[in-house]
Write a protein that binds this ligand. Structure first.
Ligand code: RUG
Length: 831
């Protein structure tokens, strides 16, 4: 911004309502060239955000200056996904300026909520993995860690889901159509990212064989920064998102030769790298553009890290002392060969020194054991796109295999399993193996998951490097997932026990004593009711459907995936329908079942589940016999913002994955914190939630991991379960015979075939009887409201462990070596 403009802007950045109002008006006029009389809501929203940004800039700059001056160790969290959602509420909560901005909006004739709702979600992620990264940024800033996120500024985030005739259809998420006022573009921070070319050997002055990566093509990565404020502690960290830009602006020769259009097309091609987020959750598809995206992220980020490092330090051998790099999943694991390449080819270090620095600086988080999710890049693709990296990977592998031989002797099968390069028809690079070999710590995301990776997919590696494996149970930020999304409950809690819970979530334990305080319990249950009504109003307004707020709100929201078993809840809904039809006079506990979630566009079975849920919902919701008893509803376009509305309104949280398949889950934590009772399997972090809230305060059912193994080993037959359970059989028959889709009776055969002839890999039928029993327990408990709300409160009170502040403290201590930074006297001390 030019000096003249900023003078005219005359921004005061005062924290009182009057200065805020003045700044909003000033931005309307001088940043947006409009005024309060003519501005529309979008413009008003923009000037509100610019006024928030004004109040972040000093702290943003000061925080970075302090890190530089103190040579603070920096933590870089590299992730292909940051599902940050909306930022306005979060920034105001963290700055403690909610009321002032509300009042300012009101005085200027706008309703704050309406303005807040203008913001598009920054939906730069698929689900749990991306949302985890966003929670981590909030916690790193709140704990005062010098933690920086690095990702891609996709033009299109996760697709927008529409439901048409019960089917999912995908629409582009054009979230940047009108730009985003949160991101600051930094033309001074731009790096070339190279692709293709070849690796050329040469002998250096000392007679050593070295390699140059030559004849490359490149694109530029341009930095866009989004501030990440900590909770009321003056810390503002940074999320840097790279945008791909062409290396040349229109080149004049092409223009003269009449090649203008082709030159423009070239720019387009380069910029495609950051165009769109791949919408596949846990399915590796192996497209070259995705590999380009991964390297684009890694290369630009490493260049940036090393440039910063060199400004403050002299010797790259000290890198691990001042820098820790966390790879979120295998997606950024090309950091291993790329850091090696930089250290050897550009900095002149030998292999051993480069390897030592690389391994000590990097660490890698595993988020799944599902084989289809594990990244395996074809050697042929790497050879073409990143020839020098492939050469380094081969060398890493050769040296590693030698170590495997030293460690285990001549065990051919083990060598084959552990090799970074898998041989066969299409040799490929196993990115998880590369991550384990090339980093100093590998973590799982829940206790059970970490145990599983040690025993199953990474067993050989665990036997060789036991000290590398560590567990870091996931967490969620209490700022967004309680303070912000459930203000009535947050206020009630604060009025009872003070507000230390916001940064010390385990302080919620003090609420344990309140279970016998009738007045408090009344307020607690009233808040749940209000939240249900708020959700019902939203659904009525947007879908014209009336939710029964007297019913149990039973909610399953997450990506649609066979292992998450939305099908089991859908079967339960249909079975309840049948029961009510057959027993019209029997008492039932009213239930409203709510689903939301996106299916990967190429995942046919998951898309069929959505159609089935909608067909079952139509049957239920259009039958007058169900009135006041049963409803089923699929909300489209699940997002962070929608989750913020649904979670506070939930009575029941569905966490029903096949044991061993959900690495952790984080929705389970959000629901429990907001007082929903979990019905779930002993999978992922459910196991630890049970330990925390107590066996009586969670409804666990179904096969355990061992049970699943045993059943599969002893020969599971889904037919037996089908024949043994009448209610279950009836529903499966109805699905198969077109009861829910009379105009197209065979529509759901793919589903019923996979359950019966396909022998039900996800064990829906095996677990269904126990699930139906567990749902009866839900009904019984809900019929005794006093008991129910005690259980709910124990959930709120006892899930402090699942704050992402705790998770981040654990990473800081056990992986990043920066525990000395935790809350260096900057902590929020309560208001
Ligand atoms: O499926 C897992 C969740 O269980 C987990 O809570 C989340 C964060 O750790 O990561 C999810 N995940 C796993 N997302 N993508 C993958 C596969 O790479």
């Amino acid at each position: 911004m030019s000096t003249t403009t900023s003078k005219k802007l005359n921004v005061k950045t005062g924290m009182d309502t009057e200065s805020i109002k003045a700044d909003i008006l000033s931005h309307l006029r001088y940043s947006l060239a409009t005024d309060i009389e003519t501005a529309n809501k979008k413009e008003f929203y923009k000037s509100v955000v610019l006024s928030v940004m004004d109040r972040l800039h000093d702290s943003w700059l000061n925080t970075q200056k302090e890190y530089r001056e103190k040579k603070t160790k920096k933590i870089y969290y590299i992730s292909m996904e940051f599902l940050i959602g909306r930022l306005l509420d979060n920034a105001l909560v963290n700055l403690n300026l909610e009321q002032e901005f509300r009042d300012a909006c009101k005085d200027l004739g706008y309703d704050y909520e309406e303005i807040r709702d203008i913001e598009n979600d920054a939906a730069l992620g698929n689900g749990g993995l991306g949302r985890l990264a966003a929670c981590f940024l909030d916690s790193m800033a709140t704990l005062g860690l010098a933690g920086f996120g690095y990702g891609i500024k996709y033009d299109y985030g996760i697709f927008k889901q529409k439901i048409h005739d019960g089917y999912q259809i995908e629409r582009p998420d054009d979230w940047l159509r009108f730009g985003t006022p949160w991101a600051t573009t930094r033309p001074s921070v731009m790096y070339p990212v190279r692709f293709y070319g070849r690796s050329v050997p040469y002998t250096d002055e000392d007679g050593h064989l070295r390699f140059k990566w030559e004849n490359t093509q490149h694109v530029y990565a341009l930095a866009n920064d989004i501030p990440m404020p900590g909770f009321r502690n003056g810390v503002v960290n940074n999320l840097r998102l790279w945008k791909a830009t062409s290396p040349k602006s229109l080149d004049l020769t092409s223009f003269n030769q009449g090649e203008y259009i082709n030159a423009v097309r070239d720019i387009e091609l380069h910029e495609n790298i950051s165009r769109v987020l791949y919408p596949n959750d846990k399915i590796f598809v192996g497209q070259e553009l995705r590999l380009k995206q991964e390297y684009f992220l890694v290369s630009s980020t490493l260049q940036d890290i090393l440039r910063e490092y060199k400004q403050q330090h002299d010797d790259l051998r000290d890198l691990p002392k001042y820098v820790a790099i966390q790879c979120n999943d295998t997606h950024p694991n090309l950091a291993v060969p790329d850091l090696m390449r930089i250290l050897m080819d550009e900095e002149g270090f030998d292999w051993e020194t480069s390897w030592d620095i690389t391994v000590k600086t990097l660490s890698y988080t595993n988020h799944t054991v599902l084989p289809e999710a594990l990244e395996k890049w074809p050697v042929s693709m790497l050879r073409n796109l990143l020839p020098r990296h492939l050469q380094i990977i081969y060398e890493i592998n050769k040296r590693f295999i030698n170590k495997v031989h030293e460690h285990f002797g001549d065990d051919v099968n083990r060598v084959r399993r552990m090799s970074i390069i898998s041989e066969g028809e299409q040799p490929s690079v196993q990115m998880a193996n590369l991550g384990i070999v090339g980093t100093h710590k590998v973590n799982g995301v829940a206790a059970l998951h970490t145990d599983l990776i040690k025993k199953t997919i990474f067993r050989d590696f665990f036997e060789m490097y036991p000290e590398r494996f560590t567990n870091k149970t996931n967490g969620i930020t209490p700022r967004r997932w309680l303070k912000q999304c459930n203000k009535p409950l947050a206020d009630l809690i604060t009025s009872e026990i003070g507000d230390s819970w916001i940064t010390h979530l385990s302080d919620l334990r003090k609420l344990d004593d309140k279970v016998n305080d009738k007045k408090f319990m009344k307020k607690y249950s009233d808040i749940k009711q209000q939240n249900k009504e708020r959700l019902a109003a939203y659904v009525k307004e947007n879908y014209g459907f009336e939710l029964n707020t007297k019913a149990i709100f039973d909610i399953q929201i997450k990506r649609i995936h066979e292992y998450k078993r939305q099908l089991m809840l859908a079967i339960y809904a249909a079975a309840q329908y049948n029961y009510i039809k057959a027993n019209p006079d029997a008492p039932v506990v009213p239930r409203t079942i709510i689903f939301a979630g996106k299916a990967a566009p190429g995942y046919a079975m998951a898309k069929m589940f959505i159609k089935l849920i909608n067909s079952i919902s139509d049957k239920i919701n259009n039958d007058p016999d169900m009135e006041g008893k049963l409803q089923c509803f699929f909300l489209d376009n699940y997002s962070v913002t929608l989750a913020e509305q649904l979670i506070p309104a939930a009575d029941v949280s569905e966490q029903i994955s096949t044991a061993g398949m959900e690495a952790s889950g984080t929705g389970n934590m959000k629901f429990a914190l907001n007082g929903a009772v979990t019905i779930g399997t002993l999978d992922g972090a459910n196991v630890e939630i049970k330990e925390e809230v107590g066996d009586e305060n969670i409804i666990i059912f179904g096969l355990t991991v061992e049970g699943v193994e045993e059943l599969r080993r002893s020969g599971y037959s889904s037919w037996e379960y089908y024949n043994a359970d009448k209610a279950l059989k009836q529903v499966i028959d109805q699905i198969r015979d077109g009861f829910f889709e009379p105009d197209h009776p065979s529509l759901f055969h793919t589903i019923t075939n996979s359950l019966l002839d396909g022998n039900d890999y996800f064990l829906v039928l095996a677990d269904y009887p126990a699930y139906a029993e567990a749902q009866k327990e839900v009904d019984a408990l809900y019929s005794k409201p006093d008991e129910w709300f005690k259980v709910a409160l124990y959930n709120t009170a006892r899930v402090g462990k699942f704050s992402s502040d705790r998770t981040i403290s654990d990473y800081a201590t056990d992986i990043w070596g920066c525990e000395d930074q935790l809350n260096k006297g900057r902590e929020y001390q309560g208001s």
